[in-house]
Ligand binder design. Sequence first.
Ligand code: PXP
Length: 267
Amino acid sequence: MNGTHLRLGVNIDHVATVRNARGGRHPDPVRAAAVAIAAGADGITAHLREDRRHIVDDDIVRLKAEIAKPLNLEMAATREMVAIARKVRPHAACLVPERRAERTTEGGLDAAGQRESLRVAVSELGAAGIRVALFIAAEPAQIEAAAAIGSPVIEIHTGAWCEALVAGDRRTAGDEFARIARGAASATAAGLEVHAGHGLDFASAEEIARLAEIVELNIGHFLIGEAIFDGLAGAVGRMRTAMDRGRATIERVAPRNLPRNSPGIVP
Ligand code: PXP
């Protein structure tokens, strides 16, 4: 790995979304984190939301204890979340805006409008040894505010750019990419470390990787969705094998319980 290595943080929130749909333990986001790390992820990102709709407190504790790479906790800058972060001590914390009704983190933080409250959260987290990032749009006022607040890192919100790409709106996509590039350059010049994320897929990740100032991408929804297509065939194949193995022993185990003339037993 050389100095230009672009770190990949894999966000495993939506493994927990699937798990929570049944309320059980499967699929376990900590197992997904281990798979992601084995496949080359440089870190794991998880968002503990106020409503605990996907990741829950115990996931964060287990991730911190069990994964072999840095944990990046996405969180709102609330008293509750700051207290949790100070207790669990993830490697990093990314402060994000949070509204209950939103489906995902829809916009960046208004760092310029919330300097005082963010300054407190950033300094408390920093004092606990946690590397703090502010999730902001690539706008000069937000970048300037992030530097003034004392956050060592910003994460640029790439959602608007990715949406324009997916919609085929090349003009907006071009404008948004230029805005991200300008923001990354000015933030780096101001001494901030620059990450980026939201809505990235294979094509947009490849494109944004061209911006040398960006040192880390955090990617979740697309990867977990894509894992269905990459992994479903293998899972169905293993299920077929397991069922066939069970059927191969049926005569020996309980021959008298078999229904007569069952077409499923004798091929
Ligand atoms: N970075 C931040 C700060 C986020 O809030 C999110 C969404 O949880 C991501 C990155 C990942 O976005 P996506 O799931 O769209 O890849």
